[in-house]
Design a protein around this ligand. Structure first.
Ligand code: NA7
Length: 544
């Protein structure tokens, strides 16, 4: 029955994660015919795919949920401070059921291509099952970290054991017991999974290229009284989240690290270490991401902690990070460094002796061989542009998004929401929006609400085409670079910089101005009749 209405859809949304689901909800409420296409066989996006052991969200659960429905806020209770993947996935399923979202989602379906038809002013969308769909609006809700990256190791195809990527973890239980397991990569996914795998596997070998700063999460069960208080004050909390820098109601302390004595700093960092949490240490001072000297104070504090926790000082030395703290995604952990005190764990420095080849049973580095039954690739993602480029998206004159953005080396957007030459296309949490440097839930709700308000405005004002003005795009892209330039972020090779993917050139692709200021900018744009966009009537009225 769905296929009959396909030719007349108002909107197609790609992806049934947090952003796609809310987008569907909003458009449907406003009376638009909408369909979501989702590659997985169920809802969840990031939380559907990242099922690796130890996966949990490092934003506190009370802030990592939808806030648009008071009823929903009352109905759901998070069990702990940092929710584990299965609990988050249950939440997303709960939401999908509560709002009856599944009836407009087609699962197990990938969008292969989307092409703007300049005569009809509609998007022609091709699905991997051969179906074709036509829609006025094309909305990508594909996430920022959904294109998994398995580096091209020579010989991987010969490996006889099991291998998995953390971001494409199987749904069946993976058994580590009695096995020699290797984990490649020590970003958030590696650091979350390593302590859990170490407890089960016969032996765990960690292949580390860049040592990471990680601080304790200090996860705990949520006290019912605490949950009650949060619920009671949620409208105030929601306002704080929305106007904050990162989508979490916390502000950096208004003091330079260099204004304190070494002893005072030590006490401050120590208290933050004990308290735990994602931003506690970063927010101890206001200049840790700006001045190398200030940054070095926190970096050295964490190094001292690693030396303290890890008993074998040779291993501890290998674990000491040297880049600017916070310029790769901060990580919080449960017993990560402690894991290296276990008898069954070996740390291998693959910066010093890189992985050269994988054979049927062995990972060979430049100076040794490691026999393994299983390899876990915790090697990250082709971030931001990767998920968009998995589809062949073509705008005016048949130009593809990939061509326009020079293969991902040079993103160009207006507000991270639209890009010139691609009319009626909206990106949720796209490059050059605050997205991955914020609590995604806050960014997602803001994007979805802005985009749905815009589509409603178009209908109410008899407009059929909206596209980014190139000047506005140039100014936004320049502004993004200018905001990032004075910070230490641009001095580190990270996935924020596109530096983890071979062939992608370096460029900071996230808006660093903060979610609160960003929201204000977006609101002003809308208030001024979508300033920076060109709006036109279309011959064909918007189908509704
Ligand atoms: P990350 O943070 O990108 O981490 C990937 C890790 O894999 C990192 O330690 C990389 O080292 C390592 N890596 C990548 N390629 C290789 C090769 N070829 N050889 C050895 N090691 C390699 O991904 P995660 O999944 O952990 O986290 C992604 C985000 O999800 C995270 O930031 C949160 O926002 C949630 P490198 O540092 O590049 O030297």
């Amino acid at each position: 029955q769905k296929s009959n209405s396909f030719n007349e859809l108002d909107a197609v949304i790609v992806g049934a994660g947090f952003s796609g689901l809310y987008m569907l909800y909003r458009l449907r409420e406003a009376g638009f015919s909408t369909c979501v296409f989702e590659a997985g066989d169920n809802v969840g996006g990031t939380w559907y795919w990242n099922r690796y052991p130890g996966a949990r969200c490092d934003v506190e659960s009370i802030y990592y949920n939808y806030t648009f429905s008071d009823e929903l806020l009352k109905e759901w209770t998070w069990s702990s401070k940092y929710a584990e993947q299965p609990e988050i996935l249950s939440y997303i399923n709960f939401v999908a059921d509560k709002f009856d979202l599944r009836r407009d989602i087609q699962f197990k379906t990938r969008v292969n291509s989307a092409q703007f038809d300049e005569e009809k002013n509609r998007w022609d969308i091709q699905l991997n099952n051969g179906q074709k769909v036509s829609a006025r609006y094309f909305i990508t809700a594909v996430g920022c970290l959904s294109a998994s990256n398995v580096p091209k190791f020579k010989g991987l195809e010969n490996f006889k054991g099991e291998w998995y990527h953390t971001g494409r973890w199987p749904h069946e239980k993976v058994e580590f017991k009695g096995k020699r397991v290797g984990v490649i990569g020590t970003g958030s996914s590696g650091i979350q999974s390593i302590p859990v795998i170490a407890k089960e596997a016969e032996h765990l070998t960690v292949f580390q290229r860049t040592p990471q700063y990680s601080t304790p999460a200090r996860n705990q069960l949520n006290d019912p009284e605490y949950t009650r208080q949060i619920r009671e004050n949620y409208s105030e909390i929601r306002n704080q989240m929305r106007s904050s820098l990162t989508g979490i109601p916390a502000v950096p302390r208004d003091r330079s690290a260099l204004d304190d004595t070494a002893e005072e700093r030590r006490r401050t960092f120590e208290a933050a270490w004990e308290k735990g949490g994602l931003l506690t240490i970063s927010y101890s001072y206001n200049d840790l991401s700006l001045t190398p000297e200030a940054n070095e104070t926190v970096a050295e504090f964490i190094r001292s902690k690693i030396r303290e926790v890890v008993k074998d000082q040779e291993v501890a030395e290998k674990l000491l990070p040297s880049f600017y703290y916070g310029t790769k995604r901060p990580i919080i952990d449960t017993d990560y460094f402690e894991t290296y005190n276990r008898e069954n764990v070996t740390l291998v420095d693959v910066k010093k002796a890189p992985i050269e080849e994988i054979t049927s049973t062995v990972v060979k580095t430049a100076d040794a061989e490691y026999e393994l039954d299983m390899i876990v690739f915790a090697t990250g993602f082709d971030a931001m542009t990767g998920p968009l480029f998995k589809m062949d998206i073509r705008g005016r004159d048949g130009v593809s998004l990939k061509e326009k953005w020079d293969g991902g080396s040079q993103t160009r957007t207006y507000l991270g929401i639209g890009t010139a030459g691609f009319p009626n296309m909206f990106m949720l949490t796209g490059p050059e929006s605050p997205s991955v440097l914020s609590n995604m839930m806050v960014s997602i709700e803001q994007h979805v609400e802005w985009v749905s308000d815009c589509i409603i405005y178009m209908r109410d004002n008899n407009k059929g085409i909206i596209e980014v003005n190139e000047e506005a795009e140039n100014a936004w892209t320049k502004h993004c670079r200018e905001v990032a330039e004075p910070t230490l972020y641009v001095k580190t090779d990270s996935w924020y910089m596109g530096a983890n993917i071979e062939g992608k050139s370096r460029g900071f692709q996230i808006y660093l101005g903060g979610v609160g200021p960003y929201r204000q900018i977006c609101d002003e744009v809308a208030e001024k009749g979508y300033e920076g966009f060109i709006l036109k009537a279309s011959e064909e009225s918007v189908v509704n």
